[in-house]
Design a protein around this ligand. Structure first.
Ligand SMILES: N[C@@H](CCC(=O)NCCCC(=O)O)C(=O)O
Length: 266
C-alpha cells in the first residue's frame, strides 16, 4: 500500500457546450506516482467544504497551480480586472480543506496558486499583478509561450532562509548556498502574510516565494514556483517531493494503525 495523496482540481469548461469539468495537470499525477511514492487521487472543485469527507481517507494533500486566481472577496481585496480568470468552485473547496488539513496534521504541499490559497485560507492577502508594483519583477510567463524551457525553465533565483523548514528539505548544496533557481509562472503574490505563515524564500524583488506553517503538526510548506515541472532533472525539486512523500507515508502508517507494526519490524 502507498499513501493516498489528494490533488486539488480546478473547474474548467470543456467542449463546445463549455461543460464544467474537474481537471488537474498530469504533472501532479506523475510526481505523486514518482518521487512522492504515493497513489494520486483527484479532488473535485466541489464548490463547498468537503474536508470532513476527504481527510479521513487522505495521507497528503497537494494544492496545485492554476491560471485561475483566488477570488479577492476572500481577502477583502479589490475586484479583479475584467477577464481575470477565477474559480469560485475551487476556492470554496480548497480554502476550508487547507484549514482542516493543517488542524488535523495532514501533510500539505501548496504550489503556486496553492501557496496563495494557503495564505488566504489562513488570513493573508494577495497582490493581484505584482509586475505593476514599483520595483517588482514580472514573474509571469505567457501561457501561450510555446518553448517549454522558456515557459517552465528556471527564471530567477530565490534566497532561502538557511535555518528554515524549506532548507531542510532541499539538497545540502542549496541549503549551504542559501539560494535556489526556480521557474516562475505567476502574476499574483503574497501581499500580507497570514499570521501562522513564516516566509522562507524571497525573489530578488522581495516577492515571497516560499512559506511554512508555524507550529504545523506535519509537513506544511508552500512554494510559489513549480517543482513538479522539473523534478526529473532537478535534485532540489525532487527532494521536496521525496520528503513530502515520507511525511505522507508516516501519516498512512498512523492513520491505518500500522505504525506499531512498522516500528516492531525495524
Ligand atoms: N493564477 C495565479 C497562480 C499562478 C499559477 O498557479 N500558475 C500556474 C500556471 C499553470 C500553467 O499555466 O501551466 C497567479 O497568476 O499568480
Amino acid at each position: 500500500m502507498k499513501p493516498l495523496v489528494g490533488i486539488s482540481c480546478c473547474q474548467k469548461p470543456f467542449g463546445i457546450f463549455a461543460t464544467p469539468n474537474h481537471a488537474a495537470s498530469d504533472s501532479y499525477v506523475r510526481v505523486v506516482r514518482g518521487p512522492v511514492v504515493g497513489t494520486p487521487v483527484l479532488l473535485p472543485a466541489a464548490g463547498e467544504d468537503i474536508s470532513g469527507e476527504l481527510l479521513p481517507h487522505l495521507d497528503g494533500l497537494i494544492l496545485t497551480g492554476s491560471r485561475s486566481n483566488v477570488w479577492p472577496g476572500h481577502y477583502d481585496g479589490p475586484a479583479h480586472a475584467e477577464g481575470t480568470p477565477e474559480d469560485l468552485q475551487r476556492d470554496a473547496t480548497t480554502l476550508p480543506l487547507i484549514r482542516a488539513a493543517i488542524a488535523e496534521g495532514v501533510p500539505l504541499l501548496a504550489i503556486c496558486r496553492g501557496m496563495q490559497e494557503l495564505n488566504v485560507a489562513l488570513g493573508g492577502s494577495l497582490d493581484q499583478r505584482i509586475q505593476d508594483l514599483p520595483g517588482r519583477m514580472d514573474h509571469s510567463t505567457p501561457s501561450d509561450q510555446p518553448i517549454p524551457r522558456v515557459r517552465t525553465g528556471k527564471a530567477h533565483a530565490v534566497r532561502i532562509d538557511k535555518d528554515g523548514a524549506l532548507a531542510r528539505v532541499l539538497t545540502p548544496s542549496a541549503r549551504l548556498a542559501g539560494r535556489l533557481a526556480v521557474n516562475s509562472l505567476h502574476n499574483q503574490g503574497v501581499q500580507s502574510l497570514a499570521p501562522r505563515l513564516v516566509a522562507e524564500a524571497w525573489a530578488p524583488d522581495g516577492t515571497v516565494e516560499a512559506v511554512r506553517v508555524e507550529g504545523a503538526a506535519a509537513f506544511a510548506l508552500g512554494v510559489q514556483w513549480h517543482p513538479e515541472y522539473d523534478w526529473e532533472q532537478d535534485a532540489d525539486s525532487r527532494s521536496i517531493f521525496e520528503v513530502f512523500g515520507r511525511a505522507c507515508e508516516a501519516r498512512r502508517l498512523a492513520r491505518t494503525g500500522l505504525v506499531g507494526l512498522a516500528q516492531a519490524a525495524e
